[in-house]
Ligand binder design. Structure first.
Ligand SMILES: Cc1cc2nc3c(=O)[nH]c(=O)nc-3n(C[C@H](O)[C@H](O)[C@H](O)COP(=O)(O)OP(=O)(O)OC[C@H]3O[C@@H](n4cnc5c(N)ncnc54)[C@H](O)[C@@H]3O)c2cc1C
Length: 475
Protein backbone atom coordinates (compact mmCIF):
# COMPACT_ATOMS: atom_id res chain seq x y z
CA UNK A 1 0.00 0.00 0.00
CA UNK A 2 2.94 2.30 0.44
CA UNK A 3 4.23 2.95 -3.07
CA UNK A 4 4.96 6.55 -4.09
CA UNK A 5 1.95 8.27 -5.58
CA UNK A 6 2.22 10.32 -8.75
CA UNK A 7 -0.02 13.32 -8.24
CA UNK A 8 -0.79 13.88 -11.90
CA UNK A 9 -1.35 10.67 -13.80
CA UNK A 10 -3.01 11.48 -17.08
CA UNK A 11 -4.29 14.45 -18.96
CA UNK A 12 -7.29 15.31 -16.77
CA UNK A 13 -5.21 15.65 -13.59
CA UNK A 14 -2.47 17.56 -15.38
CA UNK A 15 -5.05 19.98 -16.78
CA UNK A 16 -6.82 20.40 -13.43
CA UNK A 17 -3.62 20.90 -11.46
CA UNK A 18 -1.83 23.14 -14.00
CA UNK A 19 -0.44 26.22 -12.30
CA UNK A 20 -1.16 24.90 -8.81
CA UNK A 21 1.70 24.07 -6.46
CA UNK A 22 2.22 20.61 -4.96
CA UNK A 23 -0.30 19.74 -2.25
CA UNK A 24 1.31 19.88 1.18
CA UNK A 25 0.17 17.35 3.76
CA UNK A 26 -1.59 18.96 6.71
CA UNK A 27 -0.06 18.23 10.10
CA UNK A 28 -1.79 15.60 12.19
CA UNK A 29 -2.79 17.17 15.48
CA UNK A 30 -4.80 14.44 17.14
CA UNK A 31 -5.03 16.17 20.51
CA UNK A 32 -6.63 19.25 18.98
CA UNK A 33 -9.30 17.71 16.79
CA UNK A 34 -9.67 14.09 17.78
CA UNK A 35 -11.97 12.47 18.16
CA UNK A 36 -13.40 13.45 14.82
CA UNK A 37 -17.07 12.72 14.36
CA UNK A 38 -16.20 10.90 11.15
CA UNK A 39 -12.87 9.98 9.53
CA UNK A 40 -13.15 9.06 5.84
CA UNK A 41 -10.44 6.86 4.35
CA UNK A 42 -10.11 7.56 0.63
CA UNK A 43 -10.51 10.96 -1.02
CA UNK A 44 -12.07 10.00 -4.34
CA UNK A 45 -15.67 10.84 -5.23
CA UNK A 46 -17.11 8.38 -2.69
CA UNK A 47 -15.23 9.91 0.23
CA UNK A 48 -15.63 13.48 -1.00
CA UNK A 49 -19.37 13.21 -1.70
CA UNK A 50 -19.91 11.49 1.66
CA UNK A 51 -18.21 14.47 3.27
CA UNK A 52 -20.29 16.89 1.23
CA UNK A 53 -23.58 15.24 2.23
CA UNK A 54 -22.46 15.11 5.88
CA UNK A 55 -21.47 18.78 5.95
CA UNK A 56 -24.73 19.65 4.23
CA UNK A 57 -26.79 17.55 6.66
CA UNK A 58 -24.94 18.50 9.85
CA UNK A 59 -23.09 21.83 9.63
CA UNK A 60 -20.28 21.85 12.21
CA UNK A 61 -19.64 18.09 11.92
CA UNK A 62 -15.93 17.35 12.58
CA UNK A 63 -14.63 15.51 9.53
CA UNK A 64 -11.24 14.34 8.28
CA UNK A 65 -10.44 12.82 4.90
CA UNK A 66 -7.30 10.70 4.63
CA UNK A 67 -5.78 9.85 1.25
CA UNK A 68 -2.55 8.06 0.42
CA UNK A 69 -1.98 10.49 -2.45
CA UNK A 70 -3.94 13.60 -3.31
CA UNK A 71 -7.72 13.60 -3.29
CA UNK A 72 -8.89 12.71 -6.78
CA UNK A 73 -5.43 11.36 -7.69
CA UNK A 74 -6.92 7.86 -8.16
CA UNK A 75 -9.68 6.83 -10.59
CA UNK A 76 -11.85 9.81 -9.59
CA UNK A 77 -9.38 12.10 -11.36
CA UNK A 78 -8.59 9.75 -14.21
CA UNK A 79 -11.89 8.33 -15.46
CA UNK A 80 -13.79 8.88 -18.70
CA UNK A 81 -16.03 11.48 -17.08
CA UNK A 82 -19.22 9.67 -18.12
CA UNK A 83 -21.93 10.67 -15.66
CA UNK A 84 -24.85 8.33 -16.22
CA UNK A 85 -27.57 6.55 -14.35
CA UNK A 86 -28.46 2.92 -13.90
CA UNK A 87 -31.22 2.65 -16.49
CA UNK A 88 -29.06 0.08 -18.28
CA UNK A 89 -28.96 -1.94 -15.03
CA UNK A 90 -32.76 -2.03 -14.66
CA UNK A 91 -33.36 -5.71 -15.51
CA UNK A 92 -30.96 -6.80 -12.78
CA UNK A 93 -32.20 -4.18 -10.30
CA UNK A 94 -35.77 -5.44 -10.84
CA UNK A 95 -34.70 -9.08 -10.52
CA UNK A 96 -32.79 -8.32 -7.34
CA UNK A 97 -35.01 -5.77 -5.57
CA UNK A 98 -38.42 -5.85 -7.30
CA UNK A 99 -39.83 -3.16 -9.60
CA UNK A 100 -40.69 -0.48 -7.01
CA UNK A 101 -37.37 -0.52 -5.20
CA UNK A 102 -35.50 -0.85 -8.53
CA UNK A 103 -37.22 2.26 -9.82
CA UNK A 104 -36.55 4.15 -6.58
CA UNK A 105 -32.84 3.28 -6.73
CA UNK A 106 -32.55 4.12 -10.43
CA UNK A 107 -34.30 7.46 -9.85
CA UNK A 108 -31.89 8.28 -7.01
CA UNK A 109 -28.87 7.59 -9.22
CA UNK A 110 -30.48 9.75 -11.90
CA UNK A 111 -30.89 12.53 -9.34
CA UNK A 112 -27.15 12.21 -8.76
CA UNK A 113 -26.48 12.82 -12.47
CA UNK A 114 -28.39 16.11 -12.27
CA UNK A 115 -27.11 17.07 -8.79
CA UNK A 116 -23.47 16.85 -9.86
CA UNK A 117 -24.13 19.55 -12.46
CA UNK A 118 -26.17 21.77 -10.16
CA UNK A 119 -23.65 21.34 -7.33
CA UNK A 120 -20.78 22.41 -9.62
CA UNK A 121 -22.72 25.45 -10.84
CA UNK A 122 -23.79 26.48 -7.33
CA UNK A 123 -20.27 26.12 -5.92
CA UNK A 124 -18.38 27.81 -8.73
CA UNK A 125 -16.61 24.60 -9.83
CA UNK A 126 -15.92 24.70 -13.57
CA UNK A 127 -16.04 20.96 -14.16
CA UNK A 128 -17.07 21.09 -17.86
CA UNK A 129 -20.42 19.48 -17.01
CA UNK A 130 -22.27 18.92 -20.27
CA UNK A 131 -25.53 17.07 -20.71
CA UNK A 132 -25.04 15.37 -24.08
CA UNK A 133 -26.55 11.96 -23.26
CA UNK A 134 -24.97 8.52 -23.09
CA UNK A 135 -25.14 6.35 -26.16
CA UNK A 136 -24.55 2.64 -25.88
CA UNK A 137 -23.87 1.15 -29.31
CA UNK A 138 -23.19 -2.12 -31.03
CA UNK A 139 -19.86 -2.32 -32.82
CA UNK A 140 -20.11 -5.91 -34.04
CA UNK A 141 -22.96 -8.32 -34.79
CA UNK A 142 -22.28 -10.08 -31.46
CA UNK A 143 -23.22 -6.87 -29.61
CA UNK A 144 -26.44 -6.14 -31.51
CA UNK A 145 -29.41 -5.50 -29.25
CA UNK A 146 -27.44 -5.84 -25.99
CA UNK A 147 -29.47 -2.94 -24.54
CA UNK A 148 -32.92 -4.22 -25.53
CA UNK A 149 -33.81 -5.92 -22.24
CA UNK A 150 -33.04 -2.68 -20.40
CA UNK A 151 -35.01 -0.56 -22.88
CA UNK A 152 -37.99 -2.94 -22.50
CA UNK A 153 -37.73 -2.90 -18.70
CA UNK A 154 -37.59 0.91 -18.62
CA UNK A 155 -40.84 0.96 -20.59
CA UNK A 156 -42.39 -1.74 -18.37
CA UNK A 157 -41.73 0.20 -15.16
CA UNK A 158 -43.10 3.41 -16.65
CA UNK A 159 -39.97 5.35 -17.66
CA UNK A 160 -39.60 4.73 -21.42
CA UNK A 161 -38.02 8.16 -21.85
CA UNK A 162 -34.97 7.17 -19.78
CA UNK A 163 -33.50 4.61 -22.19
CA UNK A 164 -34.41 4.84 -25.86
CA UNK A 165 -33.71 2.50 -28.78
CA UNK A 166 -31.78 4.17 -31.61
CA UNK A 167 -31.62 2.84 -35.17
CA UNK A 168 -28.38 2.78 -37.14
CA UNK A 169 -29.22 6.08 -38.89
CA UNK A 170 -29.92 7.81 -35.57
CA UNK A 171 -26.60 6.60 -34.19
CA UNK A 172 -24.84 7.76 -37.34
CA UNK A 173 -26.44 11.18 -37.14
CA UNK A 174 -24.90 11.68 -33.70
CA UNK A 175 -21.49 10.21 -34.53
CA UNK A 176 -20.55 8.59 -37.83
CA UNK A 177 -18.13 5.75 -37.19
CA UNK A 178 -17.72 2.98 -39.77
CA UNK A 179 -18.18 0.27 -37.12
CA UNK A 180 -21.07 1.66 -35.08
CA UNK A 181 -24.41 -0.01 -35.75
CA UNK A 182 -27.63 0.55 -33.78
CA UNK A 183 -27.73 1.59 -30.11
CA UNK A 184 -29.65 3.11 -27.22
CA UNK A 185 -29.62 6.56 -25.65
CA UNK A 186 -29.80 7.62 -22.01
CA UNK A 187 -30.72 11.27 -22.66
CA UNK A 188 -30.12 12.64 -19.14
CA UNK A 189 -26.47 11.58 -18.97
CA UNK A 190 -23.60 14.06 -18.95
CA UNK A 191 -19.84 14.33 -19.13
CA UNK A 192 -17.42 16.12 -16.80
CA UNK A 193 -13.72 16.87 -16.58
CA UNK A 194 -13.31 14.27 -13.82
CA UNK A 195 -10.23 15.74 -12.09
CA UNK A 196 -11.71 19.24 -12.03
CA UNK A 197 -14.76 17.82 -10.30
CA UNK A 198 -12.68 15.93 -7.70
CA UNK A 199 -10.32 18.83 -6.99
CA UNK A 200 -13.26 21.24 -6.93
CA UNK A 201 -14.92 19.07 -4.28
CA UNK A 202 -11.68 19.09 -2.30
CA UNK A 203 -11.45 22.89 -2.43
CA UNK A 204 -15.10 23.47 -1.51
CA UNK A 205 -14.89 21.04 1.43
CA UNK A 206 -11.61 22.55 2.66
CA UNK A 207 -13.34 25.95 2.70
CA UNK A 208 -16.15 24.35 4.74
CA UNK A 209 -13.67 23.28 7.43
CA UNK A 210 -13.06 19.62 6.53
CA UNK A 211 -9.55 18.48 7.58
CA UNK A 212 -7.58 16.94 4.71
CA UNK A 213 -4.74 14.54 5.40
CA UNK A 214 -3.31 13.89 1.95
CA UNK A 215 -0.15 11.81 1.36
CA UNK A 216 -1.20 9.77 4.39
CA UNK A 217 -1.80 6.02 4.16
CA UNK A 218 -4.28 4.41 6.55
CA UNK A 219 -3.32 0.91 7.64
CA UNK A 220 -6.05 -0.21 10.05
CA UNK A 221 -9.11 0.72 12.04
CA UNK A 222 -9.04 -0.70 15.56
CA UNK A 223 -12.26 -1.21 17.37
CA UNK A 224 -11.74 0.88 20.47
CA UNK A 225 -14.09 3.61 21.70
CA UNK A 226 -13.68 5.94 19.92
CA UNK A 227 -12.31 4.01 16.93
CA UNK A 228 -8.54 4.18 16.44
CA UNK A 229 -7.33 4.82 12.89
CA UNK A 230 -3.67 4.00 12.33
CA UNK A 231 -2.00 5.99 9.56
CA UNK A 232 1.50 6.42 8.18
CA UNK A 233 1.66 9.84 9.87
CA UNK A 234 0.08 9.15 13.24
CA UNK A 235 -3.12 7.90 14.86
CA UNK A 236 -6.55 9.45 14.63
CA UNK A 237 -9.63 8.89 16.81
CA UNK A 238 -13.10 8.82 15.33
CA UNK A 239 -16.64 8.08 16.45
CA UNK A 240 -17.36 6.62 13.00
CA UNK A 241 -15.20 5.68 10.02
CA UNK A 242 -16.11 5.52 6.32
CA UNK A 243 -14.00 3.30 4.08
CA UNK A 244 -14.08 4.79 0.56
CA UNK A 245 -11.11 2.87 -0.81
CA UNK A 246 -12.37 1.65 -4.20
CA UNK A 247 -10.05 -1.03 -5.66
CA UNK A 248 -7.70 -0.68 -2.68
CA UNK A 249 -10.45 -2.24 -0.54
CA UNK A 250 -9.65 -5.54 -2.30
CA UNK A 251 -6.64 -5.83 0.02
CA UNK A 252 -8.41 -4.51 3.14
CA UNK A 253 -9.29 -7.08 5.82
CA UNK A 254 -12.91 -8.14 5.54
CA UNK A 255 -13.27 -7.32 1.84
CA UNK A 256 -10.67 -9.55 0.24
CA UNK A 257 -13.23 -11.87 -1.31
CA UNK A 258 -15.69 -9.09 -2.21
CA UNK A 259 -13.73 -7.47 -5.04
CA UNK A 260 -11.42 -8.03 -7.99
CA UNK A 261 -9.24 -5.27 -9.39
CA UNK A 262 -8.85 -4.86 -13.15
CA UNK A 263 -7.24 -2.04 -15.10
CA UNK A 264 -8.93 0.39 -17.47
CA UNK A 265 -6.83 2.63 -19.73
CA UNK A 266 -7.38 5.90 -21.58
CA UNK A 267 -5.82 7.96 -24.35
CA UNK A 268 -6.23 11.68 -25.07
CA UNK A 269 -5.70 13.05 -28.57
CA UNK A 270 -4.59 16.51 -29.59
CA UNK A 271 -7.51 18.82 -30.52
CA UNK A 272 -9.21 17.49 -33.67
CA UNK A 273 -12.22 19.81 -34.08
CA UNK A 274 -12.47 19.51 -37.86
CA UNK A 275 -12.45 15.71 -37.60
CA UNK A 276 -15.32 15.87 -35.06
CA UNK A 277 -17.19 18.20 -37.39
CA UNK A 278 -16.64 15.81 -40.32
CA UNK A 279 -18.28 12.90 -38.47
CA UNK A 280 -21.05 15.06 -36.98
CA UNK A 281 -20.01 14.39 -33.37
CA UNK A 282 -21.09 17.77 -32.07
CA UNK A 283 -23.53 16.95 -29.30
CA UNK A 284 -21.08 16.00 -26.54
CA UNK A 285 -22.41 12.43 -26.37
CA UNK A 286 -20.59 9.96 -24.16
CA UNK A 287 -20.41 6.74 -26.19
CA UNK A 288 -19.59 3.14 -25.28
CA UNK A 289 -19.75 -0.08 -27.20
CA UNK A 290 -21.39 -3.18 -25.76
CA UNK A 291 -18.37 -5.40 -25.14
CA UNK A 292 -17.76 -6.64 -21.63
CA UNK A 293 -14.22 -5.21 -21.91
CA UNK A 294 -15.84 -1.97 -22.94
CA UNK A 295 -14.54 0.81 -25.21
CA UNK A 296 -15.76 4.25 -24.17
CA UNK A 297 -15.16 7.64 -25.75
CA UNK A 298 -16.19 11.29 -25.51
CA UNK A 299 -15.08 14.70 -26.65
CA UNK A 300 -13.72 17.71 -24.74
CA UNK A 301 -14.68 21.38 -25.11
CA UNK A 302 -11.48 22.05 -27.11
CA UNK A 303 -12.28 19.25 -29.57
CA UNK A 304 -10.18 16.32 -28.36
CA UNK A 305 -11.20 12.67 -28.26
CA UNK A 306 -10.73 10.85 -24.95
CA UNK A 307 -10.83 7.13 -25.66
CA UNK A 308 -10.85 4.39 -23.03
CA UNK A 309 -10.68 0.62 -23.02
CA UNK A 310 -11.37 -1.75 -20.16
CA UNK A 311 -8.58 -4.07 -21.20
CA UNK A 312 -5.98 -3.76 -18.41
CA UNK A 313 -4.57 -6.49 -16.23
CA UNK A 314 -5.94 -8.20 -13.11
CA UNK A 315 -4.12 -7.55 -9.81
CA UNK A 316 -2.87 -10.04 -7.23
CA UNK A 317 -4.04 -9.78 -3.62
CA UNK A 318 -5.82 -6.52 -4.35
CA UNK A 319 -2.44 -4.84 -4.82
CA UNK A 320 -2.68 -1.65 -6.90
CA UNK A 321 0.71 -1.24 -8.54
CA UNK A 322 2.28 0.85 -11.32
CA UNK A 323 0.76 -1.28 -14.09
CA UNK A 324 -2.54 0.41 -13.37
CA UNK A 325 -0.96 3.80 -14.15
CA UNK A 326 0.80 2.82 -17.38
CA UNK A 327 0.51 -0.46 -19.30
CA UNK A 328 1.99 -0.48 -22.81
CA UNK A 329 -0.03 -3.53 -23.90
CA UNK A 330 -3.35 -2.11 -22.74
CA UNK A 331 -2.53 1.29 -24.28
CA UNK A 332 -1.71 -0.37 -27.62
CA UNK A 333 -5.02 -2.23 -27.47
CA UNK A 334 -6.83 1.03 -26.72
CA UNK A 335 -5.13 2.75 -29.67
CA UNK A 336 -6.00 -0.11 -32.06
CA UNK A 337 -9.60 0.12 -30.90
CA UNK A 338 -9.68 3.90 -31.32
CA UNK A 339 -8.48 3.54 -34.92
CA UNK A 340 -11.07 0.85 -35.59
CA UNK A 341 -13.81 3.28 -34.52
CA UNK A 342 -12.17 6.33 -36.09
CA UNK A 343 -9.65 5.42 -38.83
CA UNK A 344 -9.16 9.11 -39.65
CA UNK A 345 -7.50 9.63 -36.27
CA UNK A 346 -4.46 7.67 -37.53
CA UNK A 347 -2.54 10.92 -37.98
CA UNK A 348 -3.69 12.54 -34.72
CA UNK A 349 -1.17 12.75 -31.94
CA UNK A 350 -2.00 10.94 -28.70
CA UNK A 351 -0.79 13.45 -26.12
CA UNK A 352 -1.41 11.43 -22.98
CA UNK A 353 -2.09 7.84 -21.89
CA UNK A 354 -2.92 6.60 -18.43
CA UNK A 355 -4.92 4.05 -16.51
CA UNK A 356 -6.43 3.22 -13.17
CA UNK A 357 -7.89 0.31 -11.22
CA UNK A 358 -11.53 -0.76 -11.46
CA UNK A 359 -13.17 -2.41 -8.43
CA UNK A 360 -15.22 -5.28 -9.84
CA UNK A 361 -17.94 -6.65 -7.56
CA UNK A 362 -19.53 -10.07 -8.07
CA UNK A 363 -22.69 -8.56 -9.57
CA UNK A 364 -21.24 -5.27 -10.86
CA UNK A 365 -23.26 -3.18 -8.40
CA UNK A 366 -21.51 -1.45 -5.49
CA UNK A 367 -21.61 -2.83 -1.98
CA UNK A 368 -22.71 -0.14 0.48
CA UNK A 369 -23.13 -0.87 4.17
CA UNK A 370 -21.78 -1.02 7.72
CA UNK A 371 -19.78 -3.42 9.84
CA UNK A 372 -17.99 -3.54 13.21
CA UNK A 373 -21.09 -2.81 15.25
CA UNK A 374 -22.38 -0.15 12.89
CA UNK A 375 -19.49 2.30 13.38
CA UNK A 376 -17.49 1.49 10.25
CA UNK A 377 -19.21 2.03 6.91
CA UNK A 378 -18.09 1.33 3.36
CA UNK A 379 -18.91 1.68 -0.33
CA UNK A 380 -16.99 0.04 -3.16
CA UNK A 381 -17.47 -2.27 -6.12
CA UNK A 382 -18.52 0.35 -8.67
CA UNK A 383 -17.20 -1.94 -11.40
CA UNK A 384 -16.04 0.86 -13.70
CA UNK A 385 -19.23 2.90 -13.40
CA UNK A 386 -18.80 5.13 -10.40
CA UNK A 387 -19.03 8.82 -11.25
CA UNK A 388 -22.76 9.26 -10.59
CA UNK A 389 -23.05 6.12 -8.41
CA UNK A 390 -20.35 7.43 -6.01
CA UNK A 391 -22.43 10.58 -5.49
CA UNK A 392 -25.42 8.32 -4.75
CA UNK A 393 -23.26 6.13 -2.45
CA UNK A 394 -22.00 9.24 -0.61
CA UNK A 395 -25.61 10.28 -0.06
CA UNK A 396 -26.48 6.83 1.34
CA UNK A 397 -23.33 6.72 3.52
CA UNK A 398 -24.14 10.11 5.01
CA UNK A 399 -27.64 8.81 5.77
CA UNK A 400 -26.21 5.63 7.33
CA UNK A 401 -23.98 7.81 9.54
CA UNK A 402 -26.57 10.44 10.45
CA UNK A 403 -29.98 8.81 10.08
CA UNK A 404 -29.51 5.03 10.16
CA UNK A 405 -33.22 4.24 10.48
CA UNK A 406 -34.26 6.59 7.65
CA UNK A 407 -35.50 5.62 4.19
CA UNK A 408 -32.17 6.08 2.38
CA UNK A 409 -30.14 4.10 4.92
CA UNK A 410 -32.58 1.20 4.72
CA UNK A 411 -32.91 0.87 0.95
CA UNK A 412 -32.54 -2.75 -0.06
CA UNK A 413 -29.22 -2.04 -1.73
CA UNK A 414 -27.70 -1.19 1.69
CA UNK A 415 -26.10 -4.13 3.49
CA UNK A 416 -27.29 -6.50 0.77
CA UNK A 417 -25.92 -10.01 0.71
CA UNK A 418 -23.68 -10.89 -2.19
CA UNK A 419 -21.66 -13.72 -3.61
CA UNK A 420 -17.92 -13.86 -2.79
CA UNK A 421 -14.85 -14.47 -4.90
CA UNK A 422 -12.52 -17.28 -3.86
CA UNK A 423 -9.50 -16.41 -1.68
CA UNK A 424 -5.98 -15.91 -3.14
CA UNK A 425 -4.27 -17.39 -5.06
CA UNK A 426 -7.49 -18.60 -6.72
CA UNK A 427 -8.98 -15.10 -6.98
CA UNK A 428 -5.97 -13.81 -8.95
CA UNK A 429 -5.50 -16.92 -11.10
CA UNK A 430 -9.19 -17.08 -11.99
CA UNK A 431 -9.41 -13.33 -12.62
CA UNK A 432 -6.34 -13.37 -14.85
CA UNK A 433 -7.43 -16.32 -16.97
CA UNK A 434 -11.01 -15.07 -17.32
CA UNK A 435 -9.82 -11.52 -17.95
CA UNK A 436 -7.61 -12.54 -20.87
CA UNK A 437 -10.34 -14.80 -22.26
CA UNK A 438 -12.87 -11.95 -22.12
CA UNK A 439 -10.56 -9.51 -23.91
CA UNK A 440 -9.70 -12.09 -26.57
CA UNK A 441 -13.31 -13.18 -27.06
CA UNK A 442 -14.33 -9.54 -27.50
CA UNK A 443 -11.48 -8.95 -29.97
CA UNK A 444 -12.38 -12.00 -32.07
CA UNK A 445 -16.01 -10.85 -32.19
CA UNK A 446 -14.96 -7.31 -33.13
CA UNK A 447 -13.03 -8.80 -36.06
CA UNK A 448 -16.22 -10.53 -37.20
CA UNK A 449 -15.05 -13.99 -36.10
CA UNK A 450 -16.55 -16.64 -33.83
CA UNK A 451 -14.54 -17.32 -30.69
CA UNK A 452 -13.34 -20.91 -30.22
CA UNK A 453 -15.33 -23.23 -28.00
CA UNK A 454 -12.65 -23.09 -25.31
CA UNK A 455 -12.54 -19.29 -25.35
CA UNK A 456 -16.32 -19.13 -25.06
CA UNK A 457 -16.30 -21.67 -22.24
CA UNK A 458 -13.69 -19.78 -20.18
CA UNK A 459 -15.40 -16.42 -20.82
CA UNK A 460 -18.74 -17.93 -19.74
CA UNK A 461 -17.34 -19.57 -16.59
CA UNK A 462 -18.08 -16.65 -14.21
CA UNK A 463 -21.77 -16.66 -15.19
CA UNK A 464 -21.94 -20.37 -14.59
CA UNK A 465 -20.50 -19.79 -11.12
CA UNK A 466 -23.14 -17.14 -10.40
CA UNK A 467 -21.14 -13.95 -11.05
CA UNK A 468 -22.74 -11.30 -13.21
CA UNK A 469 -20.09 -10.98 -15.86
CA UNK A 470 -18.40 -13.06 -18.45
CA UNK A 471 -20.97 -14.33 -20.90
CA UNK A 472 -22.25 -12.06 -23.64
CA UNK A 473 -23.78 -9.16 -21.74
CA UNK A 474 -27.53 -9.67 -21.65
CA UNK A 475 -28.51 -7.28 -18.93
C1 LIG B 1 -9.60 4.69 -16.60
C2 LIG B 1 -10.93 4.72 -15.88
C3 LIG B 1 -12.05 5.19 -16.56
C4 LIG B 1 -13.28 5.24 -15.89
N1 LIG B 1 -14.34 5.83 -16.54
C5 LIG B 1 -15.52 6.00 -15.87
C6 LIG B 1 -16.56 6.74 -16.47
O1 LIG B 1 -16.42 7.32 -17.53
N2 LIG B 1 -17.74 6.84 -15.79
C7 LIG B 1 -17.92 6.24 -14.57
O2 LIG B 1 -19.02 6.32 -14.01
N3 LIG B 1 -16.91 5.59 -13.95
C8 LIG B 1 -15.70 5.48 -14.57
N4 LIG B 1 -14.66 4.86 -13.94
C9 LIG B 1 -14.84 4.41 -12.55
C10 LIG B 1 -14.81 5.60 -11.59
O3 LIG B 1 -13.67 6.39 -11.83
C11 LIG B 1 -14.76 5.07 -10.15
O4 LIG B 1 -15.82 4.15 -9.95
C12 LIG B 1 -14.90 6.18 -9.13
O5 LIG B 1 -13.95 7.19 -9.35
C13 LIG B 1 -14.76 5.58 -7.74
O6 LIG B 1 -14.59 6.62 -6.79
P1 LIG B 1 -14.02 6.21 -5.38
O7 LIG B 1 -13.99 7.44 -4.56
O8 LIG B 1 -14.81 5.08 -4.84
O9 LIG B 1 -12.57 5.67 -5.66
P2 LIG B 1 -11.16 6.39 -5.96
O10 LIG B 1 -11.29 7.55 -6.80
O11 LIG B 1 -10.24 5.30 -6.39
O12 LIG B 1 -10.73 6.86 -4.52
C14 LIG B 1 -10.19 5.97 -3.56
C15 LIG B 1 -9.07 6.71 -2.88
O13 LIG B 1 -8.61 5.92 -1.79
C16 LIG B 1 -7.24 6.22 -1.62
N5 LIG B 1 -6.65 5.15 -0.82
C17 LIG B 1 -6.50 3.87 -1.15
N6 LIG B 1 -5.95 3.17 -0.15
C18 LIG B 1 -5.75 4.05 0.85
C19 LIG B 1 -5.23 3.93 2.17
N7 LIG B 1 -4.81 2.77 2.65
N8 LIG B 1 -5.15 5.04 2.92
C20 LIG B 1 -5.59 6.24 2.46
N9 LIG B 1 -6.10 6.39 1.21
C21 LIG B 1 -6.20 5.31 0.43
C22 LIG B 1 -6.71 6.30 -3.05
O14 LIG B 1 -5.52 7.05 -3.11
C23 LIG B 1 -7.87 6.95 -3.78
O15 LIG B 1 -7.68 8.34 -3.95
C24 LIG B 1 -13.40 4.77 -14.56
C25 LIG B 1 -12.29 4.28 -13.90
C26 LIG B 1 -11.05 4.24 -14.54
C27 LIG B 1 -9.85 3.73 -13.81
Amino acid sequence: MDQPVDAAVGWWLQEALAGKGPSVPAAIEPDVESPFDVVILGGGYTGLWTAWWLVDRQPGVRLAIVDRGICGGGPSGRNGGFVHGWWDQLPYLVERFGPDQALRIARLVDESVASIGSWAAANGVEAWYRRGGYMRVSASPAQDGEWRAAVRTAAAVGVPEQYIDLGAEEVRARCASPVMRAGALMPNAATVQPARLARGLHDVLAARGVTFLEHTTASSVESATPLLVRTSRGDLRAEQVVLALNAWAASWPGFRTSLLSWGSHMLMTEPVPSFLESIGWRGGEAIADSRFTVHYFRTTPDGRVAFGAGVGAAGFGGRVDGRYDRDARAEARARDAMLRFFPDLAGAEVVSAWGGPIDISPDRLPMIGSRDGGRVHYAHGFSGNGVAPAHFAGRLLSAIVGDPAGELATLQIVNRSHRHFPPEPLRFTGARVVREALVRRDEVEDAGGRPSLILRAVAAAPRMLGYRFGATADD
